[in-house]
Every structure is written in structure tokens, then in C-alpha cells.
Design a protein around this ligand. Structure first.
Ligand code: HEM
Ligand SMILES: *[C@@H]1O[C@H](CO)[C@@H](O)[C@H](O)[C@H]1NC(C)=O
Ligand SMILES: *[C@@H]1O[C@H](CO)[C@@H](O)[C@H](O)[C@H]1NC(C)=O
Ligand SMILES: CC(=O)N[C@H]1CO[C@H](CO)[C@@H](O)[C@@H]1O
Length: 314
């Protein structure tokens, strides 16, 4: 029937972008109009009790996106057969899983099987940055959740690597040197365990007052934590870069950003110009959030962020 065919073709043309899939601002406008509000409320409630959630989510989002793309593969729990990404060394101390579960539980009640775990991470991170004083930005959604998560896939750079080695890892993900410095500005919030600091207690590139202070906290046997930004560790601002310019970086890599000729200029620009850092940060986060995303009919929308749908017991 010609008429039917015509309608079919029209429908195909109309549905084409959906089948192909793309990230869009307000992707859930019609399928789950409350999605972004629900995530925001959960983040707000958690933040009111625990301001460290901003650092937790930023790191969770980064570790997710840099290993097999922003596909929530970091959320998968290990099973008897497979060690998942979260078991890998660099994740030891990644936090924030409970918040994602809480948002997912509410979303599954409101609009079942609609909002991906990868989008929840992305939205929650965005909201937590704004609550800590950082920029509020719009971010596209429509990511799907990945179907694999293996501890052996995790190859994140460590904090003692040189700037040029770490840059290689960022370049491999399509980021330039300015974007790398910008994203490392996330270390304006959150903390590190003393195990990453011990090796710096005699580093001549560290301000001597800071060294004495860290020596007291990190000199003992306990692996306690210290702020990455020693001046405003809870506030999302450009003070991290000010601290690097004063040799008050806690991680070797962070300090080296201010010492290495390839990155020093950007560090000094951000230290002086808060607006410039904020703008760059928004652009870099939007870009980070597009890394290796699964769209359209790739992947799935997990019902439980810790378990692949095919593994879950109905
Ligand atoms: C490849 C370069 C990077 C290295 C080597 C690195 C290394 C580290 C290390 C060693 C810690 C301390 C972890 C702990 O002891 O618990 C840390 C914490 C953190 N990282 Fe990074 N990082 C990098 C890039 C990033 C990026 C790109 C972001 C976000 C966009 C980020 C966000 C954070 C945050 C927010 C924390 C604090 C976590 C918390 O408070 O629990 N990092 N990072
Ligand atoms: C969703 O709504 C917002 C605000 O009205 C709009 O900016 C955005 O383009 C919409 N997105 C879609 C995919 O409909
Ligand atoms: C180390 O941890 C133990 C057990 O949590 C605690 O009793 C002790 O006071 C801590 N020592 C220092 C130096 O913080
Ligand atoms: C939260 C979590 O699963 N952390 C794991 C990260 O990796 C270390 C080392 O393999 C495990 O001991 C942790 O349990």
C-alpha cells in the first residue's frame, strides 16, 4: 500500500535521529521531565550533610569517563567470575556510589528503565560542583550504560608520573594541554591519602611550612587524608592554582603543573583569573562528559547501577 509505505518512510525519517542517538540538552524532557530535579535534590540533601561529596563525584566521573568512556562501568560490582573496574588499584578510594544508588532508586520509581546511570553520574557531578561554589552549567544527556567492567581495563595515570606522560593519557582521550590543566583544577576540592604524600616530605619543590605541616599529619603510620588544595579544600575556586604557584601543591603531579614549562603559563593564568578557570572548566567538563559515550542502541539503561541488566534477578 503506497500510503502505508509513505507513512513508514516518514516515520523512519522522524525516528532516525533517535535510533542513531545523540547527546542532547534536556534529553529526558518528555520521557522523564523530573529527572534533573530528582538528581539535584539527592545531591543537595547529601551535600547538606557532607560537603566532601563534590570531590567524591568529580573523581568518580573522571575515573568513569577515562576508562572505556562515560558509561557507568565504574559502578559495576564484582561478581564471582569477574573483578570489575572498582576493584582496580587507582579506584581504592573512589567514593559516591551510595548517592548514585539513591538517585537511581527514586528515578526507577518515577520513570522505570529510562535514565541511565552514566547520566546520573554526569548530572550529579555537575550539581555538586555548583553547590561547592563552582560554575553551574547545562550538560547534554542521553548516555547509555556499558556492558563490560573489568579491573584489568583500568590504566589511569598515577600522581608521580611526569607532566608529559600524563599529557599523553589526556591526548589519547582527545584533550589538549590546557584542558588537562583545567580538569586537574578539580583538585581544588577533596583530599588525598597520606600514602601519596609521604614521598614528598623531603621534596625541595615544596614550601617548607607546608612540608612541616604535612610531616605532622602524614609522618605517622596511619594513612589519614589531607586536602589537595591546602587553602580552600571545600570550595570550588581557583585557589588550587594559587597554591601551586606558591609551591604548596600536595601531589607531585599538581605541583609539577606549575613547574613544567608546558603547563606553567596556564596555571599562572588560572591563578590570576578566576573567570578564565571557570569558563575553561565548563568547556572541559562538557568535553569530558562526551568521552567514549554509548548512544542510541548501544549499551543499555541499567535498572540497578551496580549490576548489568542481563545479570539481574527479576
Ligand atoms: C591523570 C591525572 C590525575 C591524577 C594522577 C590524579 C590523582 C589523584 C590522587 C592520587 C588523588 C587522591 C586519592 C586518594 O588518596 O583518595 C586524587 C583525588 C581526586 N581527584 Fe584526581 N587525579 C587526576 C586527575 C583528576 C581529574 C581529571 C579529576 C576531575 C575532573 C580529578 C578529581 C579528583 C578529586 C575531586 C579528588 C578528591 C577525591 C576525594 O575527595 O575523595 N582528578 N586524584
Ligand atoms: C528541553 O527543554 C529545555 C528547556 O526548555 C530546552 O532548552 C531543550 O532544548 C529541550 N531539549 C529537548 C531534547 O527537547
Ligand atoms: C592511628 O589510628 C589509631 C586507630 O584508629 C588511633 O588510635 C591512633 O591515635 C592514630 N594515631 C595517630 C598518630 O593519628
Ligand atoms: C570500592 C572498592 O571496590 N574498592 C576496591 C578498589 O580496589 C582495591 C584494590 O584492588 C580493593 O581492595 C577495593 O575494595
Amino acid at each position: 500500500m503506497p500510503k502505508m509505505e509513505f507513512i513508514t518512510i516518514l516515520m523512519l525519517i522522524f525516528l532516525y535521529p533517535f535510533a542513531l542517538g545523540e547527546l542532547r540538552v534536556g534529553f529526558y524532557n518528555s520521557t522523564c521531565p523530573k529527572a534533573e530535579d530528582i538528581v539535584h535534590d539527592v545531591v543537595q540533601r547529601t551535600f547538606n550533610q557532607d560537603r566532601t561529596i563534590t570531590g567524591a563525584l568529580l573523581r568518580l566521573h573522571f575515573h568513569d569517563c577515562f576508562v572505556k568512556g562515560c558509561d557507568a562501568s565504574i559502578l559495576i560490582d564484582s561478581t564471582k567470575g569477574t573483578k570489575s573496574e572498582k576493584e582496580a588499584g587507582p579506584n581504592r578510594t573512589v567514593r559516591g556510589y551510595e548517592l548514585i544508588d539513591e538517585a537511581k532508586t527514586i528515578l526507577e520509581k518515577t520513570c522505570p528503565s529510562t535514565v541511565s546511570c552514566a547520566d546520573i553520574i554526569t548530572l550529579a557531578t555537575r550539581d555538586s560542583v555548583a553547590l561547592a561554589g563552582g560554575p553551574r552549567y547545562t550538560i547534554a544527556t542521553g548516555r547509555h550504560d556499558g556492558l563490560t567492567s573489568k579491573s584489568s581495563d583500568v590504566d589511569l595515570p598515577g600522581p608521580d608520573l611526569s607532566v608529559s606522560k600524563v599529557l599523553q593519557a589526556f591526548t589519547a582521550k582527545g584533550m589538549n594541554v590546557r584542558e588537562m590543566v583545567t580538569l586537574l583544577g578539580a583538585h581544588t576540592v577533596g583530599f588525598t591519602h597520606c600514602s601519596f604524600v609521604k614521598g614528598r616530605l623531603s621534596d625541595p619543590n615544596m614550601d617548607s611550612d607546608l612540608q612541616a605541616g604535612l610531616g605532622k599529619f602524614c609522618g605517622g603510620k596511619n594513612d589519614t587524608t589531607v586536602f589537595l588544595d591546602q587553602r580552600t579544600g571545600f570550595v570550588f575556586d581557583n585557589e588550587f592554582f594559587g597554591q601551586m604557584m606558591k609551591q604548596r601543591g600536595v601531589l607531585t603531579l599538581d605541583q609539577n603543573l606549575a613547574l613544567d614549562p608546558s603547563t606553567r603559563g596556564v596555571v599562572s593564568e588560572f591563578a590570576e583569573n578566576a573567570a578564565s578557570f571557570r569558563e575553561s572548566f565548563v568547556d572541559a567538563m562538557v568535553k569530558l562528559g562526551r568521552t567514549g559515550v554509548l548512544l542510541g542502541n548501544q549499551g543499555e539503561v541499567r535498572r540497578n547501577c551496580r549490576v548489568f541488566n542481563k545479570m539481574s534477578v527479576e
